[in-house]
Structure formats: C-alpha cells, structure tokens
Design a protein. Sequence first.
Length: 224
Amino acid sequence: MSYKVASMPAQIESSLLEKAQRVETATIGHKRHLGFMDPAIQAILPGRRIAGTAVTLALPGQDSTLLHHVIQFLRPNDILVIDRLGDHKHACLGGGVACAIKASGCAGVVIDGTCTDVPEIEQYDLPVWCRGPSPVTTRLYNIGGAFNVDIACGGAVVHPGDVVVCDFSGALAMPPDEAGADIDWALGKQASEPASHKELQGGELLGAKTGASAMVEAKMKAQQ
C-alpha cells in the first residue's frame, strides 16, 4: 500500500458554518436521509457540539503513520474524519494525538473506529466522535493511507470539503451545495418546536396535529 496526500479542501463559508453550528443532526434527520453515520459513532465527551469542514483520512488497520504526518495541515474549523477501513480494534487517537490535533486548532475528530486515553482527550478538550474506547493502539508501521480523498465513515460517504455536523445524537456529513437548504429548514423547525410543544401540553392531540390520525382512519375506512 502507498501514500496519497491531496490538497486541503476549501473551507465552508462563514455564514453556512455559523448556521451549521446551531443546527441539530436529529432535526435534519426529519428531512434528509443521506450522510448520517452509524449511530454507534457517538461523542466520547458529553455536551460537545461542533460543525466544520470535512478533512478526510483513510487509515489502514494497525498503522497511524499518515495520521501523525497530516496533523500539521489541519486548520481551525476543520473536522478530521477518519475511515479506519474496517478496523474497530486498534485505537488511532489517544492522548498524544489528541494534544497535537487540539494544538492545530482543528474543531474535532470523527473516527469510524476506536480511541484510547479518554481522560487525556477530556483534559485537552478535543471533541471526538467514535465507536468507543479500546486499549489496543495503532503504531508507526509505515504501511500507507490516503489524505483528502472520498471515504466511507459509518456507512456514509464523506467528501473533502463536506459540511460536518456532530452533536449529542451523532454525526452527519453533507455536500455544501445541499447543506444550506437542509440546515435552513431544520433551523426553522427548531424555532417552531417550543410553541408546538406547548400546544401538545395544552391538550392538542399529536395524531391530529401531524395528520397521522387522518391517515390511519382513511386506510382503515378503505379496508372495510
């Protein structure tokens, strides 16, 4: 296996980033299907919420050589998304790597695999989404890998330059030309929810409000 290191992607526009930092993945999930990563990929540190530009890394098995090399290229508001190519045993991110990534200004990391040294990740306050902790680490075997190429993370395709949103529900990646409309729709829904919930607390029936009851009743009538 060889190395491929491509150029850094253009970062998402500041106006889109500001909105992405306010949106919830679960609200977008009411409208969008593509880009959501396996729900097993969750925040290691509670209460963290990030959005930024996808910088992608395909990292093989037991080897983290390329990860150590590319940290120097990470920028503020980037999110490093790592495809572990099917390996869920070897943790490529621990205390030292977390320290280096945090120092780069990178907003956070998403790993389709495991991490280690959770207390140190917390110490450096690096937001990490992954499949949980593992005591078995990667090493510098100089096998290879690819940086800033299209990858798969938790079953979702992630392109360099995608908009990545991570929160208490999970992680999502969207192409910038699709993200704006879905984020605007979701922010509108988030703004309307408090009033909607008050109506339910006041006695309005959920089935009547959403139209579900009318759908059930119409189908039952047709079945008669």
